[in-house]
Design a protein around this ligand. Structure first.
Ligand code: 5GP
Ligand code: MN
Length: 337
């Protein structure tokens, strides 16, 4: 996973107290925040001064993660965050592999920051900004990769129950509760170890998934009613306009997972959701596929995005209707089956 030089550098570096920043991508999900906080719980035991600095706010469904109250928000507390980054000896970036994924504001700040970076990530095509790049697309989650990273550095004994709960969360959320394709026997062995380390697994699942509000279910209902199926292209998509969001008193995270419903239709292998964010002036798009259809390439080629083979996202600056029209045209042009 790491070459001997990288390992020697990190082992030596972590021997004496340092100041370390840990950064997830913008709009962090369970894997991004879980991996950052897990690393935080390990590093504080080694007497480092550590802060997790998120580009923006994190959603409510992961706000229970231990030490989430310690997280600094770059776009809200610029001065505090900048001061910490300037004083840092090392900067970890977790669950992303291109600095612009930290958002426009934090991304351009990080590009100018002359500090050594360590990237730990499982997305395709990593950029070349880190002193140490730990990038492996065979892993279903950054959290599982982090577990092995810590094991390689002989830091496994520092994975306490807090760190274990954070790692478990990232594995569960990025694997769709252990059902997506990269869920291996190794994944289950890691998870077994995490449970031995004190993860209350039924409680984690309940904290993550049994948190819907009435409004959120109404939003799901709206998306399901607006679902369009295109059998010729084995595709299903839906959309939510800003008005739909407003009608259901949209809160950040409320649309999480809705895209997956399309895939549950028999014969459908490609699903998309288009969500209008009027204030940002963009349509945020999520893509999911089952099998060989590569949504990472699709998102990269047509919708300013990227991600993984079976889960990707992107955005459009056209209006909602034009974006959907463009999507349907592309399906025809590429003659998707
Ligand atoms: P989601 O649909 O849940 O927002 O994102 C699914 C996956 O696609 C995420 O794991 C993330 O890596 C990737 N992704 C989402 N949005 C973007 C984007 O705008 N650009 C890139 N490069 N990747 C994205
Ligand atoms: Mn991830």
């Amino acid at each position: 996973m790491m070459n001997l030089n990288d390992k020697a550098f990190l082992n030596d570096f972590l021997k004496s107290p340092k100041q370390i920043a840990i950064i997830p991508h913008r709009n962090p999900d369970g894997d991004a925040l879980g991996s950052c906080l897990a690393l935080y719980h390990v590093l504080i035991q080694l007497n480092h001064t550590v802060k997790v600095i998120a580009p923006n706010e994190f959603p409510e469904f992961i706000a229970w993660l231990p030490a989430s109250e310690e997280i600094l928000i770059f776009e809200k507390n610029f001065d505090t965050c900048a001061a910490f980054l300037q004083g840092s000896d090392l900067v970890f970036t977790l669950d992303f592999n291109a600095l612009h994924r930290a958002g426009d504001q934090m991304g351009s700040y990080l590009e100018k920051l002359r500090k050594p970076f360590v990237m730990i990530d499982h997305h395709q095509m990593p950029d070349d900004y880190a002193k140490i790049t730990v990038s492996n697309t065979n892993y279903g989650s950054t959290c599982e990769l982090l577990y092995n990273f810590l094991t390689e550095l002989n830091l496994q004994s520092y994975i306490n129950s807090n760190a274990a709960s954070c790692i478990y969360t990232g594995i569960v959320t990025d694997s769709g509760s252990f059902k997506f394709i990269k869920t291996t026997s190794d994944t289950h062995r890691v998870v077994a170890n995490l449970i031995d380390l004190g993860v209350d697994n039924p409680k984690v699942h309940s904290s993550l998934f049994n948190t819907s509000s009435y409004n959120q279910l109404q939003l799901v209902g709206k998306a399901l009613q607006q679902l369009k199926v295109i059998p010729n292209h084995s595709t299903a998509y839906t959309y939510l306009s800003q008005t739909d969001l407003n009608d259901c008193n949209y809160q950040k995270g409320d649309t999480e997972g809705i895209v997956n419903y399309g895939l549950s239709i028999k014969g459908i292998n490609f699903a998309a959701i288009f969500i209008e964010h009027k204030e940002e002036g963009i349509i945020k798009i999520s893509f999911r596929s089952e099998g060989d259809f590569n949504v990472n390439e699709f998102a990269r080629n047509y919708f300013n995005g990227g991600g993984h083979i079976n889960a990707a996202g992107g955005k459009s600056y056209d209006n909602l209707q034009d974006t959907i029209l463009k999507f349907e045209t592309i399906l025809k042009d590429i003659n998707k089956q």
